[in-house]
Ligand binder design. Structure first.
Ligand code: IMP
Ligand code: MG
Length: 186
C-alpha cells in the first residue's frame, strides 16, 4: 500500500476517539506515577518499536527522575488488521537489564502475543523488577492472559490509528487516536 494523496490519507480517519488533550492529560498522570514509584532507583524505559515511539517521547518528557531509554522492535502485524500470530524480535536492547528496574512502554495490548513473548524474554535476563505501561488496552481481543501495571485508556475492539499506531505503516504521525475507516478495505 502506498498513499501519497492527502484526501485518500484523510479518508482513513473514521473518527477521533481520543483527543490530543486527553492523551496529554493521562500521560502526565502516568509520568507522575513513574516518577514517584522509581525515585532513587536505576530506571530503564524499554520501548517496543515502532508503535510506542510517540508515546515514549511524550511520556519521557514528563518524567522528572533520571532514566535511561532502550529500544526493542518486534513484529506481529503485517499489512492487515489481524494479528499474524508470529512474533519476531527485529531489534534487541543493548543494555544489561540485570542492573535496572525495567518499565516496558507499549502502544497497545491487543491479543497479548507480542508482549507476552517480549516479557518472557526480558524475565530470563533477570531485571531488578519488570513492569508494563500501555497507552491502550483492547481487552476484548486478548488471547493470552496479560495485564498492564498501568493502562492509560481501555478501548473497545476498534482498529485504531494515530499517535504512533499505523495501518500499513501510515497514520503514525496523527497527533490523536482515531478509528480506522475499515470501509476502505472493501
Ligand atoms: P498483540 O500481539 O496482538 O497484542 O499486538 C500488539 C501489536 O499489534 C501492537 O504493538 C500494535 O503494533 C499492533 N496493533 C494491535 N492493535 C492495533 C490497532 O488497533 N491499531 C494498530 N496497531 C495495532
Ligand atoms: Mg507495537
Amino acid at each position: 500500500m502506498t498513499i501519497t494523496d492527502k484526501n485518500e490519507f484523510q479518508s482513513g480517519v473514521k473518527r477521533v476517539i481520543i483527543s490530543e488533550e486527553e492523551i496529554q492529560r493521562e500521560i502526565k498522570k502516568c509520568a507522575d506515577w513513574i516518577s514517584q514509584e522509581y525515585e532513587g532507583k536505576p530506571l530503564l524505559l524499554v520501548s517496543v518499536l515502532k508503535g510506542a515511539f510517540v508515546f515514549l517521547s511524550d511520556l519521557s518528557k514528563e518524567i522528572t527522575i533520571p532514566c535511561e531509554i532502550g529500544f526493542m522492535a518486534a513484529k506481529s502485524y503485517f499489512e492487515s488488521t489481524e494479528s499474524s500470530g508470529d512474533v519476531q524480535i527485529l531489534y534487541d536492547l543493548t543494555q544489561d537489564i540485570s542492573q535496572y528496574h525495567v518499565v516496558i512502554v507499549e502502544d497497545i495490548i491487543d491479543t497479548g502475543r507480542t508482549l507476552s513473548a517480549i516479557i518472557e524474554l526480558l524475565k530470563k535476563r533477570d531485571p531488578l523488577s519488570l513492569k508494563l505501561v500501555t497507552l491502550l488496552d483492547k481487552p476484548d481481543r486478548r488471547l493470552i492472559k496479560l495485564r498492564a501495571d498501568y493502562t492509560l485508556f481501555t478501548i473497545p475492539d476498534y482498529f485504531v490509528i494515530g499517535y504512533g499506531l499505523d495501518f500499513g505503516e501510515y497514520y503514525r504521525n496523527l497527533p490523536y487516536i482515531a478509528e480506522y475507516n475499515t470501509a476502505l478495505l472493501d
